[in-house]
Design a protein around this ligand. Structure first.
Ligand code: G3P
Ligand code: MG
Length: 277
């Protein structure tokens, strides 16, 4: 699962020498930063919206994490909850509404009047802006019950039609093993992260099966021994959701590779320069 990048090396200082083509083999997670904007920049803009993405970029985040689910008619959209109620002016299960209805909802006013009129983005629209802003992304597949494989398939179909082959690919994660197996089968070359609230057996066997390069765990469930156990399997550890500077330092000391945070700029500032947010 490597990304091959072709770089044109500057010509050597000989008039008759042809430009040299250098092949660089990159790990799919080579560009993973220390800090990832959780649902965009969740403390400062409505989660899983274009405004949140712009805010994360403004704060200097190099990557964002988003939650992807399906409308009733199978359009991949950004939404964390099963229901529309908390983050939009709609009601009831997301999966009971077609995209035409969801696209008319307000996903910003609940957060603050300055964000009134902010729509629920489709995954296609969101990824287009991610590319325009030059960010990296972790797509968390968040299926409703019974649509695990379908949600991964439709999300990957959209993402692979948009994402340029020469850009480091999105990191695909999920709590759903069925979604991750579908992602493995449909996009074997895109990296996968196995999301777990806590490190529960047989995590290592499942991670092998889905070809996970990383485990994404609730930071409150981690300790130095668990981080070391995951690292011994050759995988990276990503921890969610970390907004406290002292906790972030401790997690990095244990060897955690990256943190999901609701406030990328504030956490980066607290950690000092070079935090990679
Ligand atoms: O992907 C990390 C984190 O977002 C997982 O939990 O509930 O915030 O989607 P949740
Ligand atoms: Mg998430």
């Amino acid at each position: 699962m490597a990304v091959v990048q072709c770089l044109h090396h500057p010509s050597p200082p000989r008039a008759d020498a042809a430009p040299r083509l250098i092949l660089v083999i990159m790990s799919p997670l080579a560009t993973l930063p220390l800090l990832i904007g959780h649902r965009g920049a969740r403390d400062d803009a409505p989660e899983n919206t274009l405004a949140g993405l712009r805010e994360a970029a403004r704060q200097g985040a190099a990557w964002v994490e988003i939650d992807v689910t399906l409308s009733r008619d199978g359009v991949p959209i950004l939404m964390h909850d099963d229901d529309l109620d908390r983050t939009t002016d709609g009601q009831g299960p997301v999966n009971d509404r077609d995209w035409a209805e969801i696209s008319r909802l307000d996903a910003g006013r609940w957060f603050g009047p300055a964000f009134a009129g902010e729509p629920v983005p489709s995954l296609a629209t969101y990824l287009t802006l991610v590319l325009h802003l030059g960010l990296g992304i972790n797509l968390e597949i968040k299926p409703c019950a019974g649509r695990d494989a379908e949600t991964a398939a439709r999300a990957l179909d959209v993402a692979r039609s948009i994402w340029p082959a020469m850009r480091p690919p999105p990191l695909i994660s999920s709590f759903s093993v069925a979604s991750l197996k579908a992602a493995r089968d449909l996009a074997a070359d895109w990296p996968r992260g196995y999301l777990m609230e806590t490190l529960a057996d047989p995590w290592s066997i499942v991670a092998d099966e889905i070809g996970a390069l990383a485990l994404h765990i609730d930071h409150e469930e981690l300790d130095a021994a668990k981080v070391a156990a995951i690292q011994r399997t050759g995988r990276k550890v990503l921890a969610y959701t970390v907004n406290d500077v002292a906790r972030a330092r401790l997690l990095f000391d244990w060897g955690v590779a990256a943190l999901f945070t609701d406030r990328p700029a504030a956490l980066a500032a607290g950690l000092g320069s070079g935090s990679g947010a």
